[in-house]
Design a protein around this ligand. Structure first.
Ligand SMILES: [Zn+2]
Length: 293
């Protein structure tokens, strides 16, 4: 009887271990099993043992890709200008600007809440190639390539150990108010994610197809040549796109594109119309926190 129970226990235990652990290495019997085997009065019903993890318990350090048709929870924050505005600033200025001290507080909150900043390439690998991501992924994106982003965002991101994704349009690089190539190269070397936003920031839908394609494809090749890194993501100027523009972005070799549509749920079938969360001047830290997952 005892021998049969030992055999039964061992077989069941092996089966359970075999289901959950990929390594075929035999594991030592846990005290729970010994207890079941050693109690003659126990009913023959086998109680599955609690498999004690060998490492200390920590939260899941990664997220697996979503099931087919499901969305991944990856907020992509969207910033443009980083500056202190005067009291009489226009509504437009207040919409597209965040004060540097507010940005610092927002990045501090992100770091405190254990978000992990990822790159656009990592998001593509997750949604398209079904790779895992670090737990609580977030993308911190900036459009246009303003000098303020190098001056204010770059040091704050570094201070909090975060990566920023900078969608830059290439023609004004090295001009007044915009970042320089030297600054972009420095940021890329420091692990920042630089991505494309056309040559001249046009209304793409109003351009002739050849001109629109040139804006999209050449911004990618110029950035790749100057930075020596693959450019995988595109940001539609003014958030404007249609089926023809999406097709051009795909043909130019991009793997993803971001819009101005609001939300943090990203789907594999929406890799070229990814959602973002706009942060604006009037937002309090509480407003900001409420928009995060
Ligand atoms: Zn823009």
């Amino acid at each position: 009887m005892t021998d049969r129970l030992v055999l039964l226990g061992t077989l069941l235990f092996s089966t359970i271990v075999g289901c959950s652990a990929p390594a075929p290495t035999p594991m030592p019997m846990t005290p729970e099993i010994i207890q079941v085997v050693a109690t003659p009065s126990a009913t023959p019903t086998f109680v599955p043992p609690t498999i004690t993890p060998t490492r200390t318990a920590t939260p899941t350090p990664f997220v697996t890709p979503p099931a087919l048709g499901e969305a991944a929870i990856v907020p992509i924050l969207m910033y443009h200008h980083l500056a202190d505005l005067p009291g009489n600033a226009t509504e437009l200025e207040r919409t597209w600007t965040v004060a540097p001290k507010d940005f610092d507080a927002q990045m501090n909150l992100i770091a405190q809440r254990s978000f992990r900043a990822i790159t656009m390439a990592q998001l593509v690998a997750h949604l398209r190639d079904r790779q895992s991501l670090p737990a609580q992924p977030i993308i911190i994106s900036f459009d246009d390539g303003w000098a303020e982003q190098y001056e204010h965002a770059f040091p704050i991101l570094k201070k909090h150990g975060l990566i920023g994704t900078f969608f830059v349009y290439t023609n004004p690089i090295d001009r007044k108010q915009f970042m320089t190539w030297t600054q972009l190269q420095e940021m890329a070397s420091a692990g920042m994610d630089i991505q494309a936003h056309t040559l001249t920031h046009p209304h793409l839908r109003t351009l002739a197809p050849d001109a629109a394609y040139k804006e999209i494809a050449e911004s990618k090749s110029i950035l790749e040549k100057r930075l020596g890194k693959p450019i995988v993501a595109f940001s539609y100027p003014f958030g404007e796109y249609n089926a023809g523009i999406i097709d051009m972005v795909k043909r130019a070799g991009f793997a993803s594109a971001v819009t101005l549509a609001s939300g943090y749920k990203q789907r594999a079938d929406e890799l070229f119309t990814l959602h973002r969360i706009r942060v604006s001047y009037p937002d309090s830290l509480d407003d900001f926190a409420k928009r995060l997952p």
